[in-house]
Design a protein around this ligand. Structure first.
Ligand code: NAD
Ligand code: UDX
Length: 460
């Protein structure tokens, strides 16, 4: 019976996941530790380190009861019977595999801490997204101990999406748990199943061998990203042919074999997972001697880069082949709505391309401005302004580029915004979020993704 869970890594996954486990399992003591003491202090404060709808309520309910955020890693390890490892596994930026392989240094450091401080046997759960067969290396590091300690390794990848993390954790499509096919491995797996079974229907808890579980996480993200790249590729064709990508997606998605989800065209996918995990998959395919498979998946990333480049290309074309010295209001910088996270946000790429064209940027995002400032810290002096509202960003601008699907952008006073802008006023809707016909009627020249532009130029 699991009594004491430790999670190493208090990030976007560790923080919310453990909060929900604590909420659902009041008899289990859940502790979350991190080497980043500032982050831990924030988890213990009124201003949590990440924005996630519904998170604050769960944390407030459980913190100090059976949920603890702590910087005391040795104590946490000593006291836990189950340790979830939820550290970051970014793309390697140096050495062999740079630009594709996962950087596993944080995982290995965590394993070494476990070995150093553990005083008894433990179940170690891979919550981070990892290359297939990582458990093998993890097991070797953990078992290279002189204390005679035994560790059971379980893979339990996380499928939450940011912005809907709490809902995803409370009501997951599935929970995946992989273990070794030995009696001890099966017993450890059942322990982890028993934690989730408190609130997840048993038929949604899938158990597999370790390698299938590790690989499924990479494959799931690759398949989701592939759908986004697929529809984005079609959006380019729609813009050339007069077809409407939304009509195409709706009609194609009605086939139950295809399905309607993840066919929303846009300026490209972002987030800390899709690109990193596909590149990791590509690296694995190359490593295992499958260059054709590697190339196939790499195209999903290339199509994503093409979409952002195409978006900026369309902007420059429309604005008489130059944006130099023109003010462009950037509405939204987060990689999607309902998060302040900007990791791999397409806004970064779009803004860099606009800066390379010597545009002046005025950026507003309801939750992501601090991260945006960090992401664009190396922009030319004076070329980027960060604004307190969308109206402030748009004032005096030649164009608006909408890059994040924040619902509140729909409620903006576009009549007033139009009045405050330079004319002709351009609006590039990188998420097809707004009412284009109405904006056109207000006077904007509107450029959606994947369907015809609405401009006033033909009327002259
Ligand atoms: P994150 O960067 O937000 O958090 C990771 C935390 O681990 C950081 O706070 C870091 O300080 C801490 N850490 C690193 N090394 C440590 C060590 N040796 N000891 C203690 N703490 C250490 O990352 P994240 O977004 O939470 O992602 C974590 C993992 O989950 C990654 O493998 C990621 O691919 C995967 N994942 C992320 C998401 C997502 O939506 N962000 C979803 C599913 C899976
Ligand atoms: C993703 C996976 O969905 C989740 O299961 C996994 O655990 C982590 O990675 P996340 O990156 O948080 O989650 O968000 P997601 O909703 O998947 O969106 C990723 C990106 O794709 C965003 O930039 C989003 O705007 C974009 N997207 C998504 C589209 O452009 N069109 C779509 O139809 C769906």
């Amino acid at each position: 019976m699991v009594k004491n869970i430790l999670c190493i890594g208090a990030g976007y996954v560790g923080g919310p996941t453990m909060a929900v486990i604590a909420d659902r399992c009041p008899d289990i003591r859940v502790t979350v530790v991190d080497i980043n003491e500032k982050r831990i202090a924030e988890w213990n404060s009124d201003r949590l380190p990440i924005y996630e709808p519904g998170l604050e309520e769960v944390v407030r309910r459980c913190r100090g009861r059976n949920l603890f955020y702590s910087a005391d890693i040795p104590r946490g390890i000593r006291e836990a019977d189950v340790i979830f490892v939820s550290v970051n596994t970014p793309t390697k930026t140096f050495g062999a595999g740079a630009g594709k392989a996962a950087d596993l240094q944080y995982l290995e450091k965590t394993a070494r801490s476990i070995v150093e401080y553990a005083e008894g046997d433990k179940i170690v759960v891979e919550k981070s997204t990892l290359p297939v067969r990582t458990a093998e290396a993890l097991s070797r590091v953990l078992h290279a101990n002189a204390k005679g300690l035994k560790f059971q390794i379980i893979s339990n990848p996380e499928f939450l999406a940011e912005g809907t993390a709490i809902a995803d954790l409370n009501d997951p499509d599935r929970v995946l748990i992989g273990g070794m096919e030995t009696p001890e491995g099966r017993a450890a797996l059942e322990e982890i199943v028993s934690v989730y079974a408190r609130w997840v229907p048993r038929e949604r808890i899938i158990t597999t061998n370790l390698w299938s579980s590790e690989l499924t996480k990479l494959v799931s993200n690759a398949l989701l990203a592939q759908r986004v790249s697929s529809i984005n590729s079609i959006s380019a064709l729609c813009e050339r042919t007069g077809a409407n990508v939304h009509e195409v997606a709706r009609a194609a998605g009605r086939d139950s074999r295809i399905g309607a989800k993840f066919l929303k065209p846009g300026v490209g996918f972002g987030g800390s997972c899709f690109k990193k995990d596909i590149l990791n998959l590509v690296y694995l395919c190359e490593h295992y001697g499958l260059p054709e498979v590697a190339e196939y998946w790499l195209d999903v990333v290339k199509m994503n880069e093409f979409q952002a480049a195409r978006f900026v290309g369309n902007m420059v074309d429309a604005m008489f082949n130059t944006v130099a010295g023109k003010r462009v209001a950037i509405l939204g910088f987060a990689f999607k709505a309902d998060t302040g996270d900007t990791r791999e946000s397409p806004a970064i790429d779009v803004c860099r391309r606009l800066l390379a064209e010597h545009a002046e940027l005025a950026i507003f995002d309801p939750k992501a401005l601090d991260n945006a400032k960090r992401d664009l810290a190396d922009a030319p002096a004076g070329a980027v302004k960060f604004c307190a509202s969308a109206a402030e960003a748009a004032e005096g601008a030649h164009a608006i580029a909408l890059l994040t699907d924040w619902k509140e952008f729909r409620e903006l006073d576009f009549e007033e915004i139009y009045r405050s802008m330079q004319k002709p006023a351009f609006l590039f809707d990188g998420r097809d979020l707004l009412d284009h016909r109405r904006l056109f009627e207000l006077g904007f020249n509107v450029y959606p993704i994947g369907c015809g532009a609405l401009t006033h130029f033909g009327e002259a």
